[in-house]
Design a binder for this molecule. Sequence first.
Ligand SMILES: [Ca+2]
Ligand SMILES: [Ca+2]
Length: 173
Amino acid sequence: MSDPSKPFSDNDDLLLPPRLAADLTSLYRTTAVPAAVDQAICAQARYHLARSRRIQIWRRVGGGIAAAALLAIGLKVAVFNDGHGLQPSASAPTAESGRQASAPAAPPANVRLAAEDIDRNGVVNVLDAFTVARGIKSHHTDPLWDVNHDGVVDQQDVDLIARTAVRVKGGVQ
Ligand SMILES: [Ca+2]
Ligand SMILES: [Ca+2]
């Protein structure tokens, strides 16, 4: 009688039957990829990877160029619109008005200036907010810049000036 704790005796043949060995071999056989196919697949992968990198680079460059163009247009509008925001001019520019375009126009003497009009040019725009923000950053402020009258010139004044600059005439406040 055999011992159940020892299913194999020392005399058992542990070799696989030839047919089972052949079936297992065919089941787990790997087919080799020809070198030419492997190289072609690698070349295609490298091409697509390089192409996607080029597209990403152009997207970044294009986005930077677009941002720079918008900034340049915004600065040009702010500087050459004679401080009057985006309002169109009433008359065609002349040589005389072109020379004066870079100098800020002084408001008429009888016009009451808003507290938010930091550069006192008669118009509250983002340049006024920028002036105060720059002054706060460099610690050179003017008490007149305290437009919310809380006793300190700070970011709240900048925000109030900016809100005033973008407020639509006749809009709800
Ligand atoms: Ca102003
Ligand atoms: Ca204030």
